[in-house]
Design a protein around this ligand. Structure first.
Ligand code: SAM
Length: 243
């Protein structure tokens, strides 16, 4: 499950450049029986299997270093976000514990410094969630992305959603690229992008806007956006309906 994503594109290049080292371990390496069993039936009965504690404890004993943070992937954990990715990107050594089946024996939780979820849904194992955390974190390590700025411009990095992007052709199926982007006027392009990012965030994620640090120019752009919207609403008689 790890080979494909880790061997492609940005994650592959980050490893080739020695900006990150990623090792995948098989829990079965810390079993002692002939069949290398890592799961067992749940105490109290019920469907499915539960991952046994011993291989996790032995694996963490073997892998943990002074600077390690142990992260347990679980849908019951703290929801992963950009701020957490930034913190992880500054850490020297991370250990991801991936569950399967019905999950872990509860005692495994005592090994974790953090319990992390990728969202309010359940996937079949911790491998994909671990890959999500790894990808989001590694792209924030300085030098990983070709253009140093490109992670900084992404959604969430500056507290806002990213502005819309266009590429050639200028007209496709009667859909036009905004004129300002073809103008070559970089000051106007920068202003347009900032305004679109603010507009988009206001529409889709007003909760982000409440926490974002906004400049005086941003406040001005926002009031332009709000004034325009109020004008459009009163023209169409739509009151406070949201698009
Ligand atoms: N019975 C568990 C529960 O309801 O909390 C879910 C078990 S799930 C099928 C198997 C494993 O997938 C979990 O132990 C966890 O490692 C991983 N997993 C599933 N959904 C996840 C999510 N949203 N975030 C992080 N890990 C998840």
């Amino acid at each position: 499950m790890f080979a494909g994503p880790l061997d492609q594109s940005i994650l592959r290049r980050a490893q080739e450049k020695h900006l990150v080292e990623i090792r995948v371990h098989d829990l079965r390496d810390w079993t002692h029986d002939r069949h290398r069993v890592v799961d067992d039936v749940p105490y109290g009965g019920g469907a499915g299997m539960v991952l046994k504690p011993e291989p996790f404890f032995e694996a963490v004993d073997a892998l943990r270093q002074d600077e390690s943070q142990v992260l347990l992937l679980t849908p019951q954990g703290e929801r992963f976000n950009h701020a957490m990715a930034c913190r992880l990107a500054e850490m020297r050594h991370l250990i991801f514990l991936c569950g399967r089946y019905e999950g872990f024996d509860e005692r495994v939780r005592t090994l974790a410094d953090r319990e992390v979820s990728i969202g309010d849904y359940v996937v079949s194992g911790g491998e994909l969630p671990a890959l999500v955390l790894i990808d989001a974190t590694v792209r924030l390590i300085p030098g990983v992305l070709g253009d140093e700025d490109s992670a900084g411009q992404d959604s969430f990095a500056g507290g806002l959603l990213d502005h819309p992007q266009y590429t050639r052709p200028p007209v496709y199926r009667e859909l036009r690229v905004p004129e300002v982007l073809l103008s070559g006027d970089h000051k106007q392009i920068r202003r347009w992008r900032r305004k679109e990012a603010l507009h988009r965030t206001l529409r889709r994620r007003p909760d982000l806007l409440d926490r974002a640090i906004l400049s005086v120019e941003d406040q001005g752009l926002l009031s332009e956006i709000r004034t325009k919207e109020e004008g459009e609403m009163s023209n169409t008689g739509r009151g406070h309906e949201h698009r």
